[in-house]
Design a protein around this ligand. Structure first.
Ligand code: SF4
Length: 242
């Protein structure tokens, strides 16, 4: 009981009461259901029997030591993406930051820690249950916004990853991810909270964890968006422990 109370206090300190902790042992099992494939487009690599993992490996090979846009000049590592190849939830962010560039892993800097809390403490899932990727695979210098030409060169790889994984829901983190997936210019403040569709897959736009670090009051909005995703998927919505 004491550990649970400490967990709750830590959690509430982090989320200012906006996100809730699942009781230990009550994390939902996340399995892809056959229904998830029903509304998805046919992928060209579907004809063979390659698993999502094998297809992802092929995409990574295709990227190689990519020099398709000028970002190869300044990157340390290509950040391909990581997670469960059979995930029903996929997160798409904007581009690697400094720590991601250094490590080659997505969402591992300060915003990445907040992201992990959203998944594990907020949604009650494991980070390894979901798949994480970005619109760009190389870091724009100084974390500037990706340029249209860079996105045009790179986004095809992300689309291939999405088709390989075939998630039931994509959570688009931030303006760049949401606007480029949905190919619209609507501000993220108006996009968020409404399920959209991309390649036959539901997309929930919400704020990026980096933005939440600067604007903690927006965590409540993100939690509302996350709850809609959990409800759509039929997953349990965490309740506060009393
Ligand atoms: S951002 Fe994408 S297109 Fe540009 S160099 Fe990196 S992997 Fe290639």
């Amino acid at each position: 009981m004491r550990d649970q109370i400490i967990d709750i206090l830590k959690h509430e300190a982090l989320w200012a009461g906006d996100f809730l902790v699942l009781p230990e042992g009550s994390q939902p099992t996340v399995e892809k259901t056959p229904a998830c494939a029903m509304h998805l487009p046919t992928h060209s690599v579907e004809a063979d029997a390659d698993s999502p993992e094998q297809i992802l490996d092929t995409i990574r090979e295709e990227i190689g030591d990519c020099k398709r846009c000028p970002l190869f000049n300044t990157r340390a590592n290509i950040v391909f993406g990581e997670g469960n190849p059979n995930a029903i939830i996929m997160f798409v962010g904007e581009a690697p930051g400094a720590v991601e560039d250094r490590t080659g892993k997505p969402f591992v800097g300060p915003a990445g820690r907040l992201f992990t809390d959203i998944v594990e403490k907020g949604m009650g899932l494991k980070r390894s249950d979901v798949y994480i990727a970005n619109i760009l695979k190389c870091r724009p210098p100084g974390n500037r916004d990706p340029l249209p030409d860079e996105i045009a060169e790179c986004i095809g790889f992300l689309k291939e990853q999405i088709l390989a994984i075939r998630p039931e829901v994509i959570i688009a983190l931030g303006r760049i991810a949401a606007q480029n997936l949905l190919e619209i210019k609507t501000p993220i403040s108006r996009l968020r909270g409404n399920l959209k569709e991309f390649m036959g897959i539901k997309v929930m736009p919400t704020y990026h964890p980096s933005y939440l670090l600067q604007n903690p009051s927006k965590k409540r909005d993100v939690w509302e968006d996350i709850k809609k995703v959990l409800k759509y998927l039929g997953l349990p919505i965490p309740q506060p422990q009393r």
